[in-house]
Write a protein of this length. Sequence first.
Lengths: 115, 114
Amino acid sequence: GAVVSQHPSWVICKSGTSVKIECRSLDFQATTMFWYRQFPKQSLMLMATSNEGSKATYEQGVEKDKFLINHASLTLSTLTVTSAHPEDSSFYICSARSGGGETQYFGPGTRLLVL
Amino acid sequence: GNSVTQMEGPVTLSEEAFLTINCTYTATGYPSLFWYVQYPGEGLQLLLKATKADDKGSNKGFEATYRKETTSFHLEKGSVQVSDSAVYFCALITTQGGSEKLVFGKGMKLTVNP
């Protein structure tokens, strides 16, 4: 089946630094990628939707200048958390979908801890 | 707005026990309904889905029926195995503003003991 990877799986950083998370579709071309955030004991919350070659669409309440998303190729999307603060600590999950399909394929997630 | 409510765990069962995980939804229009499963250390995987009322999704011994009258999509399995230990998410897809969005429940952790 379709495989999506994320890197890194774990990251710890100091407050004020920026962190980049990569999401790759390994065996299919992902025209659309999604970024989710999950707090403990909460559901996954969609942060943004990105289509290859165009700007990401952010959900209400998500700061686009803080969470920079780049979807430069059909197999790679990146999420950069800029000037991270402890409240940004969370589990970030990406998913990818090929053109014309409804099914999203999920990555294993990246756990971010900001000290 | 659109939302999914599912029973919260964690739940621990013995092998071969019957499993039901309740899921109800609120949505405008006619959403597609999904169950995703997340095994330890892995990403979410689609378990089964149903796209219209009275459809039954099934996979790996799991079943769920799209009940429009009760706005429910309960997941069932007649005899669970240790390998079914995972977190289960109920979800729906809606089309808002021309784009499809997955809305998830909180997830329920299931542990099956031998």
